[in-house]
Design a protein around this ligand. Structure first.
Ligand SMILES: [Fe+2]
Ligand SMILES: [Fe+2]
Length: 175
């Protein structure tokens, strides 16, 4: 999505991306916890990493918005500006899915996650290109993680969340 900033390989225009994000946002997952159970063993297995990814998915996007706005102004591309805002909104929705799941099982948020802190610092080291490289790296890790997580426990709610994450994340790095 945001990764082929100057490449001719980009398949969607930024205007098309905005339409995609808007439509995707109108079809957000409603998590059902009916008959959702986790064993103590499953809880111990999945929640330490879910807490970390919940943090990782959340961002106010201040730095990204700033560098993206600069790029949008330089290239006179308002669509890119809106696109980045939709992208941040979608990532925050991911954080909310995980937070909802954690709350259902009375798991508290982890405010300080070292790996998340490192990623955030790396993203701010330079301009838009640096942000994008670090984001792509994080996105690829996330893809493998949600794919593995959906098989890690018998919880239908968790499987639905992971499916939604994969549905949303794959276009972020492939289109
Ligand atoms: Fe995400
Ligand atoms: Fe993503």
């Amino acid at each position: 999505m945001i990764y082929f900033i100057k490449s001719k390989k980009r398949h969607f225009s930024y205007a098309q991306w905005n339409t995609y994000f808007e439509q995707n946002n109108a079809q957000r997952l409603l998590i059902s916890f009916e008959d959702d159970r986790l064993t103590e063993k499953e809880k111990a297995l999945i929640f330490p990493s879910i807490c970390q990814f919940e943090r990782g998915e959340y961002s106010d996007g201040r730095h990204l918005k700033r560098v993206a706005d600069r790029f949008a102004a330089e290239t006179q591309n308002k669509d890119y500006m809106h696109c980045i805002r939709w992208f941040i909104k979608e990532e925050n929705a991911h954080s909310n899915y995980l937070k909802t799941y954690m709350e259902h099982y009375n798991v508290r948020e982890k405010k300080h996650v070292i790996l998340d802190h490192i990623f955030r610092q790396l993203r701010k080291l330079a301009g838009l290109r640096c942000e994008v490289i670090v984001l792509v790296t994080a996105e690829m890790i996330a893809l493998s993680y949600y794919d593995a997580l959906q098989h890690a426990a018998g919880s239908p709610a968790l499987k639905a969340i992971c499916r939604q994450m994969l549905h949303d994340e794959i276009p972020h790095i492939s289109s």
